[in-house]
Ligand binder design. Structure first.
Ligand code: DX5
Ligand code: ZN
Length: 217
């Protein structure tokens, strides 16, 4: 089985010691850093915005994977691109009128484009823009908060998307999962076809972060 990439979510980090907590996961050998942006509208929680991404960009070489949980994200693509994001992921449900346009905006800025779907959104919803995607994020919890329980039903959605990519000969797009990832669920999502595992609480609550990362692989 191919090696998965690990993307710690800084949602579970200590925001007053963010540089330290980024460095900790970087030293543990992770490839990506997952940054959860929430607007209090698309999800019932507010986190951080582009200025924080910019500050993180200055202290790390990790791939910056920005997960936008905000309504009409097209308004902010330039800000996050300027801030130094590598991947910009938007939600299908947050772009009811301009999904194709939003993905194109990300690509036009030379960034990797991701599309995320909530647990109740069917895989079919990604099909219209599939050819343009570098990443498909399957939410394995309802977005908004860290520390929730993995929704097992999402395994069949991961398999379905893997099949869709194969049938369309799209071999470079990543399938990412986010929510409730620990060593047990990591094994299940890998078998189902996930390439990039986001983990917040499991990594940041661990006594030994390097061991925690290893146990997810
Ligand atoms: C939830 C966020 C996740 C969150 C995952 O809306 O998108 O990235 O940090 O947290 P855990 O790994 O604790 O479920
Ligand atoms: Zn996330």
């Amino acid at each position: 089985m191919k090696r998965v990439k690990i993307a710690p979510s800084i949602l579970s980090a200590d925001f007053a010691n963010l540089a330290r907590d980024v460095e900790r996961v970087e030293k543990a050998g992770v490839e990506w850093l997952h940054i959860d942006v929430m607007d209090g509208m698309f999800v019932p929680n507010i986190t951080i915005g582009a200025p924080v991404v910019k500050s993180i960009r200055e202290i790390t070489r990790l791939v910056l994977d920005v997960h936008l949980m905000i309504m009409n994200p097209a308004r902010y693509i330039d800000d996050f691109a300027d801030a130094g994001a590598d991947y910009i992921t938007v939600h299908e449900e947050a772009c009811p009128d301009n999904l194709r346009e939003t993905i194109n905006l990300i690509k036009k800025r030379g960034k990797k484009a991701g599309l995320s779907i909530k647990p109740d959104t069917p895989a079919e919803k990604i099909r219209p823009v599939l050819n343009n995607l570098d990443l498909i994020l399957v939410m394995t919890v309802e977005p908004g908060f860290g520390g929730q329980i993995f929704i097992v039903d999402m395994l069949s959605k991961i398999r379905e998307i893997r099949k869709m990519l194969r049938e369309n000969r799209l071999f470079s797009a990543n399938i990412q999962v986010d929510g409730g990832i620990n060593p047990e669920t990591a094994k299940l999502v890998k078998e189902a076809g996930a390439d990039v595992l986001v983990a917040g609480s499991y990594i940041y609550k661990a006594e030994n972060i390097a061991e925690a990362v290893k146990s997810l692989r």
